[in-house]
Design a protein around this ligand. Structure first.
Ligand code: TYD
Length: 188
């Protein structure tokens, strides 16, 4: 499971890791959150400014989206023995919704982490926020709010104790480090 701010290269790395794993594991499933289900679409509508919602209501979109994701895809696939690679999981909610101003106690209560399947490996692709913004294709001058928001997300990720991967190198370098780590996991 890979985490990180927008522009950290997660999506590229999830695709590369999945391709590499396919030759090594009998069943590999690539997935992402938010999903393309009804709750994920609601979140995207809010992101485009088409829907108004408080930070607590946005939290509900993600909680419901994950409930569906876990019930419909993650649990059944794990039960079939699949190796599931996810682009984001509940750590995104802990980091982003806290950065949006939702109380950490509220997040813990609403997420019900103990009842969720726990990943064997949770990697945080970490890089300087300026680089992430640049990679995400932002304009040269970023609105202060966006930079400040991502810095808050970063600070929240730092509290979670995830294993860090230096994501500031080339895609090939980062891919190599992730592979090595996953190879160790597979070797047990
Ligand atoms: P992103 O990975 O960019 O997905 P997509 O490219 O499909 O839109 O994620 C979209 C945004 O959703 C990203 O800015 C992080 C945010 N997010 C949360 O705020 N909370 C969550 O629980 C999740 C899963 C994502």
């Amino acid at each position: 499971m890979l985490e990180g701010v927008d522009g950290s290269g997660k999506t590229t790395q999830v695709a590369r890791l999945t391709a590499w794993l396919r030759g090594r594991q009998p069943r590999v499933v690539e997935t992402h959150e938010p999903t393309d289900g009804v709750w994920g679409r609601r979140y995207r509508a809010w992101g485009r400014g088409e829907l108004e919602a408080t930070p607590e209501e946005v939290l509900e979109f993600f909680v419901e989206d994950r409930r569906e994701h876990v019930a419909q895809l993650i649990r059944p696939e794990l039960a079939r023995g699949a190796f599931v690679v996810s682009d984001r999981y509940y750590y995104s909610t802990l980091a982003y919704q806290a950065a949006h101003g939702v109380e950490r106690a509220t997040l813990a209560k609403r997420l019900g982490i103990d009842a969720l399947p726990q990943p064997d490996l949770a990697l945080w692709l970490r890089l300087p926020i300026e680089l992430a913004l640049e990679r995400a294709g932002s304009d040269a001058v970023e609105p202060y709010e966006k930079t400040a928001f991502l810095e808050r997300v970063e600070a929240e990720y730092a509290r979670l104790g995830l294993e860090e991967i230096d994501a500031s190198g080339t895609p090939e370098q980062v891919e190599g480090v992730i592979r090595e780590r996953v190879a160790r996991l597979i070797a047990g």
